[in-house]
Ligand binder design. Structure first.
Ligand SMILES: [Zn+2]
Length: 330
């Protein structure tokens, strides 16, 4: 039998709601009181109809289970649900003097580690180009060891596939193409080229063997590191500084650069990707090693002094307002 709500009226329903914890309970109560089935839906509809006629009636939800907040004398009257700090509630930490995150205004920097052209990792370079295109860094820094210059090394070697001229021309062509690809993908990015210990091999040989012509050869060697639209730091001992972060090829073991510089530092050289953090009196400083983009399987990386390359990590570095990170490609 349908319920005749017009004969029941809002007062009865209000009473049932006031006696119940939920609207289901109210429907059950009315079912037993009226000896006819009252569904929750019917009850909602009826209450909505009552409110349409009399807008002064409270919404049904307000009649159910919303106890008045407990007020303690002298305490500020806040809503305990809305005003609570979820972090403080959960962990018991208050508002401390913590720097806001992210640090506003920091530019994003793509850190391209040692490539060692022509013994580069094609997969690695493809991934760097993909990251550059997707993430659009403000700055791109190649951290040196752009070339390997194996043919100019004084170390004994048995993997000489190229004459010095062939190796240099091939490596230069590859490097030109790589920077061109980067600049095409990120036309607005500021581009920086650093030099590493491998990049200095040709110059060192001249200085050792025939220092009399050093001044004649230096401009030709420097030109190998110049690219259109790219700022080049020709001295491998020099750092490039951007927003308080020092970028250089590196020459010490991991963790010694930033404790020496006492400021955030980015390097390649060790070919092992990772980040170290240290608390100092000046705040937290860090050192990012951007990893390696050479072809780990190339025989050139297995001879003599290069055996320490075990533990090499293919990848690149990234810095933005949230800090530094190493992106591994394996
Ligand atoms: Zn290197």
């Amino acid at each position: 039998m349908p319920v005749l709500w017009s004969t029941i009226g809002p007062a009865r329903v209000e009473q049932a709601l006031a006696k119940s914890r939920t609207i289901d309970d109210a429907a059950a109560l009315l079912t037993s009181e009226l000896a006819t089935r009252v569904t929750v839906n019917a009850l909602r509809k009826a209450w909505a109809a009552f409110r349409e006629k009399d807008p002064a009636l409270a919404p049904a939800g307000m009649l159910l289970g919303n106890p008045a907040p407990i007020v303690i004398a002298g305490m500020p009257q806040t809503n305990p649900v809305q005003d609570r700090n979820p972090v403080q509630d959960r962990f018991g930490y208050g508002d401390g003097p913590v720097k806001p995150l992210p640090r506003s205004g920091m530019q994003s920097v793509l850190c391209v580690p040692d490539i060692h052209f022509p013994w580069h990792s094609e997969t690695g370079l493809r991934l760097v180009l993909e990251i550059a295109e997707r993430a659009q860094p403000d700055v791109i820094v190649q951290l040196g060891d752009l070339y390997d210059l194996l043919a100019f090394s004084k170390y004994p070697r048995s993997y000489n596939h190229y004459t010095p001229k062939e190796e240099l021309e091939l490596a230069r062509r590859l490097a030109l193409d790589f920077w061109w690809q980067l600049r095409k993908r990120c036309p607005a990015a500021k581009c920086v080229q650093l030099r590493g210990n491998h990049d200095d091999r040709a110059h060192k040989r001249v200085a050792e063997v025939l220092p009399e012509i050093e001044h004649l050869v230096t401009p030709a060697i420097s030109a190998l590191f110049e690219f259109e639209g790219v700022l080049t730091v020709q001295d491998s001992r020099m750092e490039y500084e951007h927003e308080g972060v020092l970028y250089h090829h590196g020459h010490m073991s991991l963790g010694r650069h930033f404790t020496h510089n006492l400021q955030p530092t980015v390097n390649g050289h060790l070919h092992r990707g990772g980040v170290l953090f240290k608390q100092t009196h000046k705040g937290v400083i860090w050192e990012l090693n951007a990893g390696f983009l050479g072809d780990i399987s190339a025989p050139v990386f297995t001879y003599g002094a290069q055996r320490r390359l075990h533990g090499t990590t293919l990848g690149c570095g990234w810095i933005d307002s949230y800090g530094p990170r190493f992106i591994p490609f394996e």
